[in-house]
Design a protein around this ligand. Sequence first.
Ligand SMILES: Cc1ncc(COP(=O)(O)O)c(C=O)c1O
Length: 429
Amino acid sequence: MGHRSHDLFLRAKKVTPGGVHSPVRAFRAVGGEPFFVAEAFGARLRDADGKEYVDYVGSWGPAILGHAHPEIIDSVRNAAGKGITFGTPHEGEVELASMICRMVPSLGKVRFCNSGTEATMSCVRLARGFTRRNKIVKFAGCYHGHSDALLVAAGSGPLTLGKPDSAGVTHGAVQDTLILPFNDLDAVRACFSKHGNEIAAVLIEPVPANVGLILPENGYLQGLREETEKYGSLLVFDEVMTGFRLGLGGAQDLYRIRPDLTAFGKVIGGGMPVGAFGGRAEIMDFLAPEGPVYQAGTLSGNPMAMAAGIAQLKILERGGIYERLEATGVLLEKTIRECLDGAGLNYPFVRLGSMFCLFLQPEGRKVKNLEDAKSCDREGYAKLFHQLLEEGVYFPPSQYETCFLSTAHGAGELELTRAALRKAFDRRA
Ligand SMILES: Cc1ncc(COP(=O)(O)O)c(C=O)c1O
C-alpha cells in the first residue's frame, strides 16, 4: 500500500469505525489495507499515491458508463447551479419517474428514496400494509441492504425462522422473516403450504449478486411468480444491482417475469445516492399521502441526483450500450477462460451481460446457492485479489461480490487483465 493511502487509513481509523463508511471497503475479507481513491475516470481509478487500477467494482454497480462520464458531470453541474436541494416537488423528479415507468413495464408508479436499503425496506412495509399480512420470505445469500427485518443470517435451513445477522437486531425484528435456499422451488412450495396465507411478500434478488454471481435455474423465477399469485402474496424483485444493468428492463425483462414491486438503486442514480421503488399503481397508492403506509425523505428526489439519473438513463436508452457491454463481456470471458485453461484451472466462471464472477471452487463445481458459494477457496481468492491489485487490476475485495464491466472498458483494460491474471496464475503453479 502506498504511504499516502496508509496515512489516510491511519487518520480515518481515528475518526471512523474501521476507517470506512461501509464495511466491505476495509478489505477485511482479503486482508491488508484499502487504497484511497483520489480520482476516477472511465474504467480506471487512481489512488492517493498516483497508482492506477483497472476498476471491476464500478462503485459496486452504478458506474455502468465508466467514471466521470462528461454528460453526467455536465448535468450535475447544471443542476447544482440552480440549487442543491429544494425539499419541494420539481420537474426532474417527474422526468426520471416517467422514464423509469416507461422503461420498466411492471411499474405504474415509482417513489424515490436515497439508497437501495431504503428501497427494499419500504417495499417490505408497503407489501405488509397492502396485504395486511406480516411474514416475508427472503433467500439465503440474498442481500437487501441493512434494514433490520432483512439483515437475517444467510444459510439458515429452509422454513426456519430467521435469526439476527447483526448485533443490535432484535429477535422481534426478524421473527416474521422466513429464510429459504435459493434455486429450490420445493422449499418455496413447502413454505407456502405451511404459511402461505400469512406471507405478505417474497423478496428476492432475481440474479443474486451478493454471494458472487448466481443465476436462477430455468423456471425458478416463474415458479415463484405462480406460487405468490396462488396465495395472494406480493413478489418483490430487488433489482438494486440488476436494474438498468442487465438491460433497460432489468432482470424482470430478461426472465420475462412481472413482479408486483421492484426496488432500484445504483445505476438509476448515475452515481448519486438514489434509490427507488415502484409497482402497480393500486399498490403504490397505499403510500402516504395517498394511503396509510408511511415513507418519507428530506433529500428524496434531490435535484442533482435526479439530473445524474436522467443523464445516465438517457444514454442507456440511446441504443447500442447493452450490445457493447455484452461484446466486451464476451471478450473478457474469453480472456479469463484462456488464462484459466492455460493454468490448468477449472474454476467456474459466471457472467451475465456486464456482471461476472470467478468462483474459486476447488472441484470446479457450479455454484447454485449460498451453500455452494461457501465451498469456495476464500484464502485463494484473497491471494489472487492482492496479486491482481499489485498489477493494477482491482477485483472486489471479497469472493462474495460481483465484478462489473462498463462501456469504458476496452482492449487496453482487457490486456492488462490478461497479463495480471497470467502472472497470478503462474505464481500459483
Ligand atoms: C441487491 C441489493 N439490494 C440492496 C442493496 C442495498 O443498497 P444500498 O447499499 O444502496 O443501501 C444492495 C447493495 O449492494 C444490493 O446489492
